[in-house]
Write a protein that binds this ligand. Structure first.
Ligand code: NDP
Length: 445
């Protein structure tokens, strides 16, 4: 049996209760086969065995009190996966579905994504099974304070730097930062990213992941003599990533006709009014179904998954993992979809990804396509260190350059290892090699 298969089996045996983590491991390791053939030193130094095992994983109790005085107990997680090329970096997710396996899959993906940005950041991820939906601001604050009261001892601007993810946006980062500062008695701006602009945040961080997805897809389309102009686009999700992917795609002339949340989707043939979506999701924090009250010609459909039955040229899944399965992939291809840009982490199942590739659908993998968020977080850290903020244009230009570069590196790695045009394999390979080589230099740690 070959090395990659052996390590995949090891993960299957050891982490059998963590299906999402196994899925991520299998997807990455499978594409590294040609690399292992060319570089026996990786096998000799057990690079893969070491990479699939987090350096450290933390689980902790998060007790908090609601507005009625009722006590609740949630579980907190932080997986510090790899510090081979820099301090652990990756977001925090607050969602009832969060468990150790989900955090591990996200942390594992983050290693390669962060490497692809070309910046010195290692991989980590965290979160809690806390559900922010329906909670008051004060309840959110008390939860964040309790969460940070344990987590702070594991953080530091050169140790581990969390950011947002599902359920964690500017409001939550503010409360987390306030509590960290209070405990440490130190304004350590670079310990969290996604901060508000008034206390060390960076311009463009809010837009970065969504804009970055579209910059990456723009490059992928360009390399294949295509573009966004007049293309019909559908987007899953209506959160941070989805909103700004929509905004940028529209700027490039695309007609974005559908978006969703976990309850249902909206269809607006004239094009989604993104300002309405921002009002509903960022200000009112309510359901996407409200959209039709503002735009009566649009339609609302209750089953969110039937979104993928719609006809489109380009699909941007920007909600959550395993959002597009094999059946949905078949439907998309049947309806003429020719490009997928993964804004969420691992939004396509492995069989959906295989199907897209077998049917020559251009596939921008999440590790590469959504790396703009963490890249801009690193730019936020750079501004914090210098104590000088950059303008919107400066940060946006740097983000665009980073995304262009990630596309070039992924494309070149795919070419070099014999899978031209396979950006999924290319991104995995390019991200992996930098981390693996750093591990070789640092000895068996
Ligand atoms: P948000 O919390 O802002 O938005 C998440 C969106 O996805 C909401 O519309 C939510 O609907 C929907 N959603 C969540 N879970 C489900 C589900 N099980 N089924 C259907 N819809 C669901 O999160 P983000 O936009 O920040 O994150 C979206 C994705 O992008 C995640 O995979 C995240 O890991 C990834 N990502 C985010 C980055 C960032 O900078 N924010 C960076 C890189 C990746 P509802 O409101 O109904 O729950």
């Amino acid at each position: 049996m070959n090395y990659v298969q052996n390590v995949t089996n090891l993960s299957k045996k050891r982490d059998s209760a963590e299906p999402e983590f196994q899925q991520a491991v299998e997807e990455v390791l499978h594409s590294l086969k040609p690399v292992m053939d060319m570089h026996p030193e990786y096998k000799e130094n057990c690079i893969l065995e070491r990479l699939i095992e987090p350096e450290r994983q933390l689980m902790f109790r998060v007790p908090w009190t609601d507005d009625k005085g009722q006590i609740h107990v949630n579980r907190g997680y932080r997986v510090q996966f790899s510090s081979a090329i820099g301090p652990y970096k990756g977001g925090l997710r607050f969602h009832p579905s969060v468990n150790l396996g989900i955090v591990k899959f996200l942390g594992f993906e983050q290693i390669f994504k962060n490497s692809l940005t070309g910046l010195s950041i290692g991989g980590g991820k965290g979160g809690s099974d806390f559900d922010p939906k329906g909670k008051s601001d004060r309840e959110i604050m008390r939860f964040c304070q309790s969460f940070m009261t344990e987590l702070y001892r594991h953080l530091g601007d050169s140790v581990d730097i969390p950011a947002g993810d599902i359920g964690v946006g500017g409001r939550e980062i503010g409360y987390l930062f306030g509590q960290y500062k209070r405990i440490k008695n130190d304004f350590e701006a670079g310990v969290l990213t996604g901060k508000g602009l008034k206390y060390g945040g960076s311009l463009v961080r809010t837009e970065a992941t969504g804009y970055g997805v579209v910059y990456f897809v723009r490059e992928m389309l360009k390399a294949n003599n295509k573009n966004f102009k007049n293309k019909t686009v559908i987007i899953s999700g209506s959160g941070n990533v989805a909103i700004y992917a929509c905004e940028k795609a529209q700027e490039y002339g695309a007609n974005v006709v559908a978006m969703c949340d976990s309850k249902g989707y909206i269809y607006d043939s004239k094009g989604i009014n993104i300002e309405t979506v921002k009002q509903i999701k960022e200000v009112e924090r309510t359901r996407i179904s409200e959209y039709v009250k503002h735009n009566p010609e649009a339609e609302y459909h209750e089953n969110q998954r039937t979104l993928w039955d719609l006809k489109c040229d380009i699909a941007l899944p920007c909600a959550t993992q395993n959002d597009i399965n094999l059946e949905e992939a078949k439907k998309l291809v049947e309806n003429g979809c020719f490009a997928i840009g993964e804004g969420a982490n691992m939004p396509c199942t492995n069989s959906a990804m295989d199907y897209f590739q077998e049917n020559n659908v251009l596939l921008a993998p999440s590790k590469a396509a959504n790396a703009g968020g963490v890249a801009t977080s690193a730019l936020e850290m750079a501004q914090n260190s210098m104590r000088i903020p950059w303008t919107f244009e400066e940060v946006n230009n740097k983000l665009d350059d980073i995304m262009v570069n990630i596309f070039k590196e992924s494309s070149a790695a795919a070419e070099k290892y014999g899978v031209p045009g396979n950006y999924v394999a290319g991104a995995n390979i390019a991200g992996f090699i930098k981390v693996a080589d750093a591990m070789l230099c640092q000895g068996i740690v």
